[in-house]
Design a protein around this ligand. Structure first.
Ligand SMILES: [Zn+2]
Length: 69
């Protein structure tokens, strides 16, 4: 498995996903999405640094591009 290091402190990061209130995925909505249908782009991957607490999140960029273009 590829080791990702923290961009802030260079410690090896822990990999997981975002979860609010028990749901298995959570999403991102762009401010550019101003229409009636504001579809959420799922955040598919997250990494957290056990050293400094920095969290980074990833979604599907193709999905987001479709929603803001
Ligand atoms: Zn860190």
């Amino acid at each position: 498995m590829e080791i990702h290091t923290c961009p802030k402190c260079n410690a090896p990061m822990d990999e997981g996903y975002m979860s609010w209130s028990g749901s298995s995925s959570s999403g991102y909505v762009s401010k550019k999405q101003t229409g009636m249908l504001r579809r959420v782009t799922n955040i598919t991957l997250a990494r957290a640094c056990p050293n400094c607490g920095y969290v980074e999140m990833y979604l599907d960029p193709k999905e987001l591009k479709q929603r803001i273009s």
